[in-house]
Design a protein around this ligand. Sequence first.
Ligand code: IFM
Length: 737
Amino acid sequence: MSTRRGEEAAWRVVQEGFDPAREHEMESIFTVGNGYLGVRGALDTPLPGSRADLYISGVYDRKQPGLPYSELEFMTVERGDYPYHELVSLPFPFAVRILVEDTPLDLLEGPWRELRRVLDLARGVLGLRYRFEDGSGRVTTVETLRCASLVNSHLCLQEIAITCENHCVPTVLDAAIDVAALDTDHPHLTALASPVEVPAGVELHCFRTEASDYRVAIASRLTRIGADGDGTRWEVQVPVGGTLRFRRYVTVYTSRDGVDPAPAALAAVGALRWAQFGTLLAEHEAAWAGFWRRADVTVAGSPATEQALRFNAYHLRIATDTDPRTSVAARTLTGRAYEGHVFWDVEIFMLPFYLHTEPAIARSLLEYRHRTLPGAREHAAQLGCRGACYAWESTVTGHDVTPRQIVLKTTRKTIPIFTGTEQIHVTADVAHGVWCYWEATRDGAFMRETGVEILAETARFWASRCEPGTRQYHIRRVVGPDEYHHDVDDNAYTNWMARLNLQRAAQAARWLEELAPERWDLLVGRLGIEREEVEEWRRVGETLFVPQPDARGLIEQFAGFFDLEDRPLAADERFKAPIDRLFEWDRTNAMQVIKQADVLMLFHLFPEAFADDVVAANYRYYEPRTDHGSSLSPAIHAGVAARLGLGEDAERYWRQSLWLDLSNVMNNSALGVHAACMGATWQALVFGFLGLRFDGPVPRPQALRAGRWPHDWRAVALELAWRGQRIPVAVSRQEPA
Ligand code: IFM
């Protein structure tokens, strides 16, 4: 019995009680979504100051200067007129207000006895239970359930049950969506009058985004079970102990969906019958069950690990779907940090998870990069180069939306941001993603129609960006993964990835030319590729300087890194990077202090390319100099430490990464969950603790690694999608005889 309870608990995330100071963080964690939309997990009656937002993938608008960037105190200055700068927040579609004989059930005002928020990961539903007792001793229990359908991405479902435990007085449910504070809460929106007649009992809200001119419609229809008809406001009296039950359909459409959103939302909500509600919920749950068959990881001996892995997989799933016009924002559809921008996080940190669980999603994420090639070409031209340079921060067109300056709200101090023009490794990261997809799927159609073009255009960028030296090419003035250093030359990670990009582009070009010469000729004609260009990619790749291990086995992060001031980091300076580190950027730039895994990224991505002693020497050197100011860092350290048999380090970093949002390790989960960290955690498990290798006919783990697992793990099992098959992977710890 207790085992079953443990097993069930590993499928749930539960919050008991209520702490107003942590409410924004809870809203991120308890988000429901389906990749088309995400609704933060606010209380059904959101509190004043709540960030009860609905986000729709791809709906961006011009920057609102009053809204923060990546942290609440980071503001940005003038960002120009680009209309797709910032993910738009829309009103909360699950809002209800409940009154017991004119007394609102209010968590801040009235006494309440119980609050429980349960995210049921297996079913993809969020349940809330509240128990209120007012000044007259009247006890009312409210239970709600909500989800964003995984089957019909435009549909959300909600159930509300109100039990009048010890009273029989008129009880009111008002389910009107709150649009009163558009200016402050949803500043990108202008409310529009409905262009169509709205049937009685149905609510329709129409909006327009200011600069991007998207139209959005949200329709809501609610009924009381046992009553006839629909209505937004209900006043009912039930006998003592009686329960009032309501159900709501919400439909959401935008002009991006190729329809007129208001009639589409109305028609969709109107076409649903109440008798279907149970079936729609069951279909949604069946879709989640299907996902878990592909994505679940069991860790015998550690239900807490299973639970956190499931929480991460849940969030990665609700972050995206198969719409190739959009990708995954750094904080997904759960919050507004980084303004909804897409980074290298997707290809390097998340893609392996999708590749091996939902390859169709992986494909669409790469198609997004194909569709955004025009923006990337413009970006390359702005940087004085040929080909395509992907934006460090991208939204829907591929134009670079990285702020050039950040202003600290409290002091008005500004810092320049170099990443938009210098963190160009993202271009090679995308190319690497294309190659990984090809390796994992052998999807020839994708490679012919999409992959080769990305590889070719990115290789052209590098061929023009690399500078010839006396004997070798060099890449100067970049920011590597470690963002504390800018204007650096020959960053090992960037150069390694650029070389690979050039080599693979040459390889893919040859492949296409041999396999489908007419297709290659078309591409050559369309892109104006000169015959000698492919040879140039090969030659530049071959002669590009890539830092190698020195006599100590160390790879220098960039030219001159070892000459910088070397001051050991105090324990309390790690994981909570002091804000000065960013704001005293010129001083930081002169020190050997690293924000996140940089050289170590190479060992993570290309484990076979480096001997253990080289990996160990670099880990020993760089790890103490890294402050993990980025959530992308701990999982990489966990995986590399697991390879090296540094069990204690591996476990410590693993724990930090696995529970990063559930424990609010970075103290900023209020602004959305950290999707790259979630994807990297999965990789630390699969490539680090299981040591998965792809050097045979099918991927295989290295059973020996089990000796380096956290002490409580007995066995790990999962399935991996690989070239059209599903490969079971199971490893057990060998108990000493
Ligand atoms: O892409 C990352 C970067 O590596 C570190 N800062 C945050 C970005 C978004 O997650």
